[in-house]
Design a protein. Structure first.
Length: 439
């Protein structure tokens, strides 16, 4: 009940203002209508028609606004689609740009590689041209040497002096003109530099023919055939065969250490064997060098302070002979590997190879000559220092016998090396002469 009384009191409290407002509005409206002129009443339909026209315009405007909103949404969707398409195209363009840049970089690297390869090819071409020029110069020098040898041989044949008389001057001039190629020395005792051909050891031993190596019993037949081909008479051929037989005898008469070694040598080195197919052991040089090493060791053990320089000088000389024998042995091995008489090779290549071997043999012969001169100087020096000492004591007598044995070994080694080189040179010259006659 209390609540109902309160609710009834509240409307009574709110109603006076509302009533006042409604009364005010009604009064104002009545005054307005009363103040209007009589002709204004006729304007009400006009205003109503205008109101309806404005209502229609408003409705049309609202419809147009809705259409604009819808178009705006469609345009925004279309713009978003266009942006998406443009973004995808831009991404594709960027990928294509990267690919093209990579292709440009790869092309630049390939261009740089090709340029480097081109420069390398140009360098190789220049080197090949230089090599060709060098080979042409060598061929010209060899042709000149062969022509020179042919002219000298013709001059010797016309003069009638033979190889035995003018061989030293001929090979000396040949080595001076064509033997100036420098070779490296394998040791400090070899007397390096360029070697000329010839010398005091370049005599008749240099001109032994390779036909002599094909059998001693056919010397007369080969001499007669060679004389008939070159226009020599029978007397000259007979004297030449006697000369070669005499020149061959020192090689067969070389003294060795024992009869057993001589027996092995005779069975190992046949007369038909070429000298460049013989090694240092078969020529007796290696055994002489070993014996010389033992004698030098004995001399160093029994020598005193006054002879301290002599064993060192002799050891240097022995090392020179060892180096020279090694080079000759190496030449023989290379000649065995590249046989100058190989029939399967062309004549030009065979002549070129034989000429190279001949020039190297000339250089080794010149080196042997220089080594022999050093041996003479060593003998003079050791002889002067030796004979100034007192020879009454037993040690002095032992030293003297040892030094005499060493000198003899030096002479034998020098002689064997000279004969070995002379036979090699004669054999190669015989091959060159034979090939020249066949062509």
């Amino acid at each position: 009940m209390a609540s109902q009384s309160q609710e009834q009191e509240q409307p009574t409290m709110v109603s006076p203002p509302e009533k006042l407002l409604t009364s005010y509005l009604g009064l104002s409206f009545a005054i307005f209508l009363g103040s209007l002129p009589r002709s204004a009443v006729s304007l009400v339909p006009t205003l109503q028609s205008r109101n309806r026209a404005l209502s229609r315009k408003l409705s049309r405007a609202e419809e147009e606004l809705k259409e604009l909103y819808s178009r705006r949404k469609e345009d925004s969707k279309a713009n978003a689609r266009v942006v998406e398409i443009f973004a995808s195209h831009r991404h594709a363009w960027q990928q294509e740009e990267k690919r093209l840049l990579q292709q440009i970089d790869a092309g630049a690297e390939e261009i740089a590689h090709l340029r480097a390869k081109l420069e390398e090819c140009e360098k190789v071409e220049d080197e090949l041209k230089d090599g060709i020029e060098g080979l042409k110069r060598e061929v010209n020098e060899r042709d000149e040497m062969l022509n020179f040898m042919a002219r000298r041989s013709a001059e010797v044949e016309e003069s009638g002096s033979g190889y035995g008389a003018g061989g030293s001057n001929f090979y000396g001039e040949l080595g001076t003109r064509f033997g100036k190629v420098r070779v490296e020395e394998g040791d400090k005792y070899g007397g390096g530099g360029g070697y000329g051909g010839g010398g005091r050891y370049g005599g008749g031993e240099e001109v032994e023919e390779c036909y002599m190596e094909k059998g001693g019993h056919n010397v007369d037949e080969m001499g007669g055939g060679y004389g008939q081909r070159n226009g020599f008479d029978s007397d000259f051929s007979n004297s030449g065969s006697k000369f070669w037989a005499e020149r061959a005898s020192p090689w067969q008469d070389v003294q060795y250490e024992s009869l057993e070694s001589v027996y092995q040598l005779k069975h190992f080195v046949a007369r038909r064997e070429s000298p460049w197919k013989v090694d240092g052991d078969s020529t007796g040089v290696s055994s002489k060098l070993n014996l010389l090493e033992q004698e030098l060791s004995n001399l160093e053990r029994i020598g005193k302070s006054d002879l301290s320089k002599v064993p060192s000088l002799m050891r240097k000389q022995a090392k020179r002979y060892q180096a020279l024998a090694g080079k000759i042995d190496d030449l023989c091995r290379r000649m065995q590997t590249n046989d100058p008489c190989e029939p399967n090779l062309s004549s030009e290549f065979r002549t070129q190879r034989q000429t190279e071997f001949l020039l190297e043999a000339f250089r080794l012969q010149q080196r042997a000559s220089e080594t022999g001169q050093k041996l003479l100087a060593l003998q003079n020096e050791t002889g002067k220092g030796y004979f100034a000492d007192d020879l009454e004591s037993h040690a002095k007598m032992t030293t003297r016998r040892s030094m005499d044995s060493i000198r003899n070994n030096f002479k034998e080694i020098q002689r064997n090396l000279e004969i070995w080189l002379a036979r090699i040179i004669g054999d190669v010259k015989g091959i060159l002469s034979r090939d020249g006659a066949s062509r």
